[in-house]
Design a protein around this ligand. Structure first.
Ligand code: FAD
Length: 400
């Protein structure tokens, strides 16, 4: 059975996110984007609306909503600004859902429940100064010292690095396997910002996502308690890939929000601007740009919804999520470029939001798997070079 109708619960989450975007993002986003800082009222507003844990089960402080709800909320937040959707991507997609799926009960009580309630913020630390796409190139180490791991290293380009309380961090726990570039030597740990030896900082001068925090985390002889190992030693690579399956999903759905924002701004402007004695909405080449935005929005939506449906069944969706992310980000970039074009010179200035959309659209083809990495993945699935195995832990099945 194929059912494209959203449930009442899904619509309630969408409306909640839409309201937060309308009240707390859209009215002042230009100011925060120009000042390159996060709106300090946004996280509290998201927490108050349960947007920081709505798809975590109620027993851990969430609302027990499903993956389609997560997609809809991502779209609404990114309609406001990409930086707001990034909060959902890292706090829920890359931090909370992996902990729900892979961590033991004790870790869930300690590090998931406060995150789902919005009392604490979590993020994901995989990338390093010299290792992004090439995960096995990471240099951080976590050496077993008996009652703790000694963590050293540096994470770079981390969303919410300077804001989060908890980090899901990946480091080599097996130094022999590090030398051999064998990813079964990487482990995942939950690290608190409050641990001695942890320092964070913010990056400035970014092309986009300027109203969001992006930074670095440095670990210098950090004693990570043994119990903060997530799942088992050597399973970190697998957990990191699982994290990306959830984060990428929010990026795909979020990109649809950006496409819609580009489309709506272009429709509005084309009904105001006249050239050659008529509104530009009458010109066929302008219509084509708007039609392309609509097509990109519609088929990208189908792709993330299919991935969301698989996730709701507790099924692996690495292939479908990658495809949705790749296509939706590409369409968002194309839509943002066309939205600037529709606005002519005014699109080239921050008098209109499309200039921000254009800058924001670029990041998503870089983070959570670059455009090239997803292109290779899709080709490799088709060519039979890549086949996903069942993993021992997968998402819990959720009622819709
Ligand atoms: C705004 C922002 C937020 C981010 N947030 C986070 C976060 O919260 N946590 C986190 O861990 N990371 C985060 N990142 C980092 C992001 O995931 C990495 O930037 C990304 O994985 C790419 O890595 P890189 O920048 O090192 O590029 P590289 O891996 O060095 O790639 C450089 C270029 O080479 C290409 N390339 C690399 N390998 C291949 C190949 N095999 N075949 C073809 N082409 C290839 C790439 O596609 C790219 O074009 C963020 C980045 C940005 C920009």
């Amino acid at each position: 059975m194929i059912d494209f109708a959203y449930t009442e619960n899904q619509l309630a989450v969408r409306d909640m996110a839409r309201e937060v975007a309308a009240k707390h993002i859209i009215p002042n986003i230009q100011k925060f984007d120009q000042e390159q800082k996060m709106n300090p009222a946004l996280l509290p507003a998201m927490a108050e609306s349960n947007l920081l844990g709505f798809c975590i089960p109620e027993q851990y402080g969430g609302l027990g909503m499903d993956y389609i709800s997560l997609g809809l909320a991502s779209e609404e937040m990114e309609y406001g600004d990409t930086s707001a959707r990034v909060i959902l991507s890292v706090h829920i997609g890359l931090y909370s859902l992996p902990i729900l799926t892979w961590a033991n009960e004790q870790l869930k009580q300690k590090y998931l429940t406060p995150a789902a309630k919005g009392e604490k913020i979590g993020t994901f630390g995989l990338t390093e100064p010299a290792a992004g796409s090439d995960v096995v190139g990471l240099q951080s180490t976590a050496v077993d010292q008996g009652d703790h791991y000694l963590l050293n290293g540096e994470k770079m380009w981390i969303s919410l690095a300077d804001v989060a309380d908890y980090f899901l961090v990946f480091a080599w726990s097996d130094l022999e396997k590090k030398k051999a570039r064998d990813h079964s030597g990487i482990s995942a740990f939950i690290v608190e910002k409050a641990f001695d030896g942890v320092t964070t900082g913010s990056l400035h001068g970014k092309l986009g996502v300027r109203a969001g925090n992006t930074g670095y985390i440095s670990f210098q002889d950090v004693k990570v308690p043994k119990e903060n190992l997530v799942y088992k030693e050597g399973e970190g690579f697998k957990i990191a890939m699982f994290c990306l399956d959830q984060g990428r999903y929010t990026v795909a759905a979020g990109s649809c929000g950006l496409i819609k924002a580009c489309r709506d701004a272009s429709v509005k402007y084309s009904k105001e601007r006249q050239t050659f004695g008529k509104l530009i909405e009458e010109h066929q080449l302008v219509k084509q740009m708007i039609a392309n935005m609509e097509a990109g929005y519609q088929y990208s939506t189908m792709l993330w919804m299919k991935a969301g449906w698989l996730k709701n069944q507790g099924m692996r969706s690495t292939r479908e999520t990658s495809l949705a992310k790749w296509v939706a980000c590409r369409e968002a970039e194309a839509s943002a470029a066309n939205a600037v074009q529709v606005h002519g010179a005014y699109g080239f200035s921050d008098e209109y939001p499309v200039e921000r959309f254009y800058r924001n659209s670029k990041g998503a083809s870089i983070y959570e798997g670059t455009r090239e990495i997803h292109t290779l993945m899709q080709a490799d699935y088709v060519l039979g070079h890549r086949v996903d195995k069942e993993i021992e832990h997968d998402l819990p099945v959720v009622e819709q």
